[in-house]
Ligand binder design. Structure first.
Ligand code: F6R
Length: 261
């Protein structure tokens, strides 16, 4: 089962994940990171950037793959995930931009962009640590309910709920693209360690379904139960619908520090 860790807030989660990422990069200088966008991982990226600076960590060989991208936004659009990853991850951490890939949402190449991305991930030797958020619909990446649990990177239609949630980044809902390209659930499950972050009570039902619900394509987050190394880090509101919360807290409190996450 997933390890569930309840933390006070996103900053505490960021510190915990940054510890693991620093250890990974020290162990493997060309570590391959799977990068979520959205609001959830921002504190983690900031914590990692701070550690990289403070410890003068060499990240020149670190590689990255974004989870997803909108289809059809003009190149350079500030809310394209390429732009977000550049602004929130590549620049603050000082990564080599040539080593950080985002699936292409260019309609001209969309028919083969998924297969190209899968080939690039395979050529990199797979993803070492995949950072995930979760949508209120239960999506991971942009794998909306109904996505095949074996899916690979491909084009998907966004649900209206997701477009409404993401309208906060755009001038209006009409400006939110209708389609995206996303790592599939099978792609995500192939990463060696999954770290799923969720904060706030709007995520409580999706977190409970992902961790404790039946494994179902109707709840894409539940696919994490098929993975041997998953860490779910939540604040108290996001964890509030978990039935086994007392056990998770007991297990975390008694875990030897050397084990990390
Ligand atoms: C982002 C992604 C999505 C988000 C999810 C939560 O790359 O794949 O699954 O993680 O929509 O978004 P936030 O973090 O903005 O609540």
């Amino acid at each position: 089962m997933a390890e569930v860790v309840v933390v006070p807030d996103a900053q505490a989660a960021g510190a915990l994940v940054a510890d693991t990422l620093v250890a990974l990069i020290r162990r493997k200088a060309d570590a391959v990171l799977g990068l979520a966008t959205g609001s959830t991982p921002l504190a983690t990226y900031r914590a990692l950037a701070e550690r990289v600076r403070a410890e003068q960590l060499d990240v020149s060989a670190v590689r990255g793959f974004a989870l997803d991208e909108y289809v059809g936004l003009p190149a350079g659009h500030p809310e394209s995930y390429r732009a977000v990853i550049t602004r929130e991850v590549v620049e603050p951490l000082g990564l080599n931009p040539r080593l950080v890939q985002v699936p292409s949402g260019d309609p001209a190449t969309i028919t083969h962009a998924g297969a190209d991305y899968e080939a690039a991930i395979a050529a990199a030797g797979g993803i070492d640590l995949q950072i995930l958020g979760i949508g209120r619909s239960g999506h991971i990446g942009f794998n909306e309910p109904g996505s095949s649990l074996a899916s690979r990177t491909r084009i998907k239609t966004l649900t209206e709920a997701t477009r409404i949630d993401n309208a906060r980044f755009f001038a209006s809902i009409e400006d939110v693209p209708t389609h995206c390209i996303t790592q599939g659930i099978g792609t995500i499950l192939a990463a060696r360690h999954l770290v799923l972050l969720a904060f706030g009570d709007s995520k409580a039902a999706a977190v409970a379904a992902a961790v404790e619900g039946p494994v179902s394509a109707s709840q894409p987050g539940s696919a994490i139960q098929l993975h041997p190394h998953v860490t779910v880090i939540v604040d108290a509101p996001a964890g509030s619908q978990l039935g086994q919360l007392a056990y998770y807290e007991h297990a975390w409190a008694h875990k030897p520090a050397w084990q990390g996450i």
